[in-house]
Structures are given as structure tokens and as C-alpha cells.
Design a binder for this molecule. Structure first.
Ligand code: IPE
Ligand code: MG
Length: 245
């Protein structure tokens, strides 16, 4: 496995999370309609995942659709849902062959039923795969995830399963959508399109993530941009609040 020049194998991130932003602006810049931007964004995502597989990154989480994106025009939402469903369906053989586990996080009760079925199927069929973990956030919200976790903890207290004094970070963490052991916190969180914010993505989980903001719109985010993000990551000293790493 060949890494691009300048990257060190021993300090590659294990988990990379991406806020794939800028699809609509990409389309507008080209005089195209928004759906073309989302199609281009999906192509970019496939290339991105290929690079992650090639370079030995173990976990990737992509923000495909935020809970707040439901407020967009119905036609746009429908197209994004269809694109996601097609991607999951057409990718299943490859995911199985590559040993990729696919997980979806987010309030999927709101997505179309056919996509809900596809999600159940793909999660079930790839559950045992452990070479690579591809996590798609659909209808996801970091604040919603935390509110739901609070409700679960409160329920456990009411049922007498745990005492208030026993609530700690681990208890809360185990109620989040990302509770499974194959979901380490993101080491590197990339956002494209020049916006410098987290936009309700993995709030709890990104507590100590290294952030990288790229100027490129997501459909234009290519290999060189990714290498730049990784090189930047490898220059950071992660101290987790202590004086020395
Ligand atoms: C990101 O692209 C994809 C989704 C949110 C589904 P946008 O559609 O947000 O593109 P911009 O940010 O408006 O250019
Ligand atoms: Mg956007």
C-alpha cells in the first residue's frame, strides 16, 4: 500500500469524518441545477472512500444529510434520498467484496420507507465486515443525538437501572448513535467549501478531533486536497488538554 509522498504511515488518522459541503454552489457556478451538484458530490464521495481504503484509513463518517436539511425544497430532498438509496444498493456488492461494514446514523424514521429497508438490509449484510467501516450520517443532528441519549439515561434512572450519581461520560457515550465499538471518535474532521463551522455534526464525538477546513467545494475536493488535509493533521500535536502529548 503506497502512501502519497510526505505522509507518514504511523501517524495516519484512524477515523476521518467529513462535512461534504458545497454541492449546490458547485452546480450554480456551472450553470447547472442543484441535483447535478448532488450527483457530483456523490461521485466525489466514492473517490474519497477509495482513497481511504487505499491509504489504510479504517473508519470514515460522512455527513450526507443533516436533520436541518429537511427544510429544503421537497424536490431537492427527494433527489438526495434517491441518490443515497441508489448508492447503497449499487454499492452493496463492492462493500461485501472489500470487507466494508456500512452503518447509518441519524433519525432514519424520517427517510422514505424504501430507503429505510435498504438501510436495514445493508447494515445487516455487512455487520460482520471489519476491514473498513463506512458510516453515513443521514437525517443526523448532533444535538438531537444528545437529547435522545439524555432521554435514554433518564429512562434508566426512572427504571432504577442506574443511580443519578452513576451517570458519567461513559454512560452518556453508550447511549449515543455512535456507541458501537467500531466507532472511535474522529481523529480528523474535514469540512469543505470554505465555511468554518461544525453545523451540528458529531458534537460529542469531535471533542478532540483535529479540524481541517478546505476551500474547495465538495465535488472538487480531490486527492491533492485530501493529501493536504492529512499532511496538516500529521503536523499537529495532539495533547488532549495535557501539557505534552
Ligand atoms: C451539501 O451541499 C450537501 C447537502 C447538504 C445535502 P449543499 O447543498 O449544502 O451545497 P451549498 O453549501 O448550498 O453550496
Ligand atoms: Mg451547504
Amino acid at each position: 500500500m503506497q502512501l502519497p509522498e510526505g505522509l507518514r504511515r504511523e501517524s495516519m488518522p484512524r477515523h476521518v469524518a467529513v462535512i461534504m459541503d458545497g454541492n449546490s454552489r458547485w452546480a450554480r457556478q456551472r450553470g447547472l441545477l442543484t441535483p447535478s451538484g448532488h450527483e457530483a458530490g456523490l461521485r466525489s464521495m466514492k473517490e474519497f472512500i477509495k482513497l481511504c481504503l487505499q491509504w489504510g484509513i479504517k473508519v470514515v463518517t460522512v455527513f450526507a444529510f443533516s436533520i436541518d436539511n429537511w427544510t429544503r425544497p421537497k424536490e431537492e430532498v427527494d433527489i438526495v434520498m434517491t441518490l443515497i438509496e441508489n448508492l447503497l444498493k449499487s454499492g452493496l456488492d463492492d462493500f461485501i467484496r472489500e470487507g466494508t461494514r456500512v452503518s447509518i446514523i441519524g433519525d432514519t424514521s424520517r427517510v422514505p420507507e424504501s430507503l429505510q429497508r435498504t438501510i436495514c438490509e445493508i447494515q445487516e449484510m455487512t455487520r460482520e465486515n471489519s476491514k473498513f467501516h463506512f458510516i453515513m450520517a443521514i437525517s443526523y443532528s448532533g444535538t438531537y443525538d444528545l437529547v435522545e441519549a439524555c432521554k435514554s439515561v433518564a429512562q434508566k434512572v426512572r427504571d432504577g437501572v442506574i443511580q443519578v450519581e452513576e451517570i458519567n461520560e461513559s454512560v452518556v457515550q453508550h447511549e449515543l448513535e455512535t456507541k458501537c465499538s467500531e466507532f472511535p471518535c474522529p481523529d480528523l474532521l474535514i469540512r469543505t467549501s470554505g465555511e468554518v463551522r461544525i453545523s451540528n455534526f458529531l458534537l460529542w464525538q469531535s471533542a478532540y478531533s483535529e479540524l481541517f477546513f478546505a476551500k474547495a467545494l465538495w465535488p472538487d475536493f480531490g486527492k491533492n486536497d485530501f493529501v493536504e488535509a492529512l499532511a496538516s493533521y500529521q503536523q499537529r500535536q495532539r495533547r488532549y488538554g495535557s501539557r505534552y502529548a
